[in-house]
Design a binder for this molecule. Structure first.
Ligand code: BG6
Length: 484
């Protein structure tokens, strides 16, 4: 693997502790970090290298998916870490940083390949990117990459502005936009499921598929993120990014041996084929919800408007369900139902593909059976299940066949994504075209929510969401599968 310097902005922050250090450590243990590797952590606080290293060590003990048994191994990992204090807006600090990086590069004989990981609030992205470019940090003989995390903008216009600013300092192929759902093993599997299985490939179109249901339900509420969440809602927090990415990954039809460019080209085509909504259509296809008080696991929980930091009359969406249509050769006429929300009954991310009934035959339901279903469990369980009908005592009976269950010891999303960023594989990162098309599709919903031209339905904490989301499917003769 190509040697590299990992420059981490926000090294003292929560994401670094919970996700980034454990991911890097697990890559190290699996032999997936380059032999020559240097990490420079950056933060506002004045920390020594030793203090930084002991902090990293602590976070590994607390958050690594593997127990730390080999102390020597962990020591040799954290010894690769250095710390430098930096004020994001102070240009002199970037010159100092350049020196630190160059010293380490010459000490370890590293080529000047530099990956800049921005684990900081989005309001700092453009300042950091332009300071990197102007200080010469990124103009060395090796490569440079910028890794950023959502949110990429607040709406279509702000996303375009952000992108325009970033593109002054980094080319599109140097920007790695993390959508952590694209790092989830079962989401990565979607591409293979259809491509590598002729029997699924043969069925993967409007000829045999009746509808597709994509659910990401969460049990948590707003947690300590009121300041962020009350301005964002489920539509920006989950729908514009994670949910639409899952739709793209499910709906693409890829050629064999497809390259990262093919994957992105086909995802873009799916987004381009999405039938746009106008602001006045929103209420017919989109359900907006907000949780009220209820009970979770036997414990009473507050309603959204009583959560600390939330405005008493907040109209923010903590739930969204929508019906989408992909108007292309494969999917024309197949509704995609998507929903996500907080404080729902269970934590579950899954995709259900419901197949059509056979032609010219009585419906399976009338005979005691049920439609054929393919269930793709993404999180927290991972697996694939197929529902078929068999005959028992003269009656049809649906049987569920577990096709695949992942082992528990699999890499986390961040391990996959950081490895790909280090090796320069952009397949599972969001390209600007996808991000822009997703914002364009969502913009009329944002406008309708802002103007309150769609109702805000309440749902009890601990339920499966507002009843109106059931009615959305019922109007087409369907229902959500696997609601507990
Ligand atoms: C994040 C959202 O992107 O995804 C959170 O900001 C949400 O609000 C989280 O809880 C869900 O991720 P996961 O991997 O737990 O499904």
């Amino acid at each position: 693997m190509v040697p590299v310097t990992f420059v981490l902005f926000g090294a003292t922050g929560d994401l670094a502790k919970r996700k980034i250090y454990p991911a890097l450590y697990n890559l190290f243990v699996d032999g997936k970090l380059p032999e020559a590797f240097s990490l420079i952590g950056l933060g506002r606080r004045e920390w020594t290298d030793e203090f930084f290293q002991s902090n990293v060590e602590q976070s590994l003990r607390q958050f690594s998916r593997r127990e730390i048994q080999d102390h020597g191994k962990m020591e040799s990992f954290v010894r690769k870490f250095r710390y430098t204090a930096l004020e994001i807006g102070r240009t002199d600090d970037y010159k100092k940083l350049l020196q630190v990086i160059e010293e380490r590069e010459s000490e370890l004989q590293l080529p000047p390949n530099r990956l800049f990981y921005l684990s900081v609030g989005p309001e700092y992205f453009t300042t950091i990117a332009s300071n990197i470019a102007e200080s010469g940090l990124g103009s060395a003989d090796g490569w440079k990459r910028l890794v950023i995390e959502k949110p990429f903008g607040h709406d279509l216009q702000s996303a375009r502005d952000l992108n325009e600013q970033l593109s002054k300092s980094f080319a599109e192929d140097e920007i790695y936009r993390i959508d952590h759902y694209l790092g989830k093993p079962m989401v990565q599997n979607l591409e293979v499921l259809e491509q590598a299985n002729p029997i699924i490939q043969a069925l993967w179109s409007n000829r045999y598929i009746a509808n597709v249901q994509i659910t990401a339900s969460e049990t948590v509420g707003v947690e300590e993120r009121a300041g962020y969440y009350d301005h964002v809602g489920a539509v920006r927090d989950m729908f514009q990014n994670h949910m639409l990415q899952m739709l793209m990954m499910l709906a693409i039809h890829l050629p064999h041996n497809s390259s990262p460019e093919d994957v992105r080209k086909h995802k873009k085509q799916v987004m381009e084929a999405l039938v746009p909504l106008s602001k006045s259509d929103v209420s017919a296809s989109v359900i907006r919800g907000q949780y009220t008080s209820g009970s979770m696991g036997g414990n009473p929980v507050k309603g959204y408007r009583s959560e600390p930091g939330i405005a008493a009359a907040s109209m923010n969406d903590t739930y969204i369900a929508a019906k989408l249509q992909v108007d292309d050769f494969f999917w024309r006429g197949v509704p995609f139902y998507i929903r996500t929300g907080k404080r729902l009954k269970e934590k579950s991310t899954r995709i259900v593909v419901e197949f059509k009934e056979a032609l010219n035959q009585p419906s399976t339901a009338a005979l005691g059976g049920a439609p054929n279903l393919l269930l793709i469990d993404i999180n927290p369980n991972e697996g694939i299940m197929l529902q078929l009908n068999t005959k028992e005592n003269g009656e049809l009976k649906p049987v569920q066949i577990q096709l695949h269950e992942s082992s528990k010891d699999i890499p986390e999303a961040y391990e996959n994504l950081i490895f790909d960023a280090l090796t320069g594989n952009p397949t599972f990162f969001a390209h600007w075209d996808e991000v822009e098309l997703a914002w364009s599709w969502v913009q009329p919903i944002l406008d309708a929510f802002r103007d309150n031209s769609v109702p805000l339905h309440s749902y009890e904490a601990g339920s499966n969401g507002p009843a109106e989301a059931d009615a959305l499917l019922a109007a087409d003769g369907y229902h959500w599968w696997f609601d507990s």
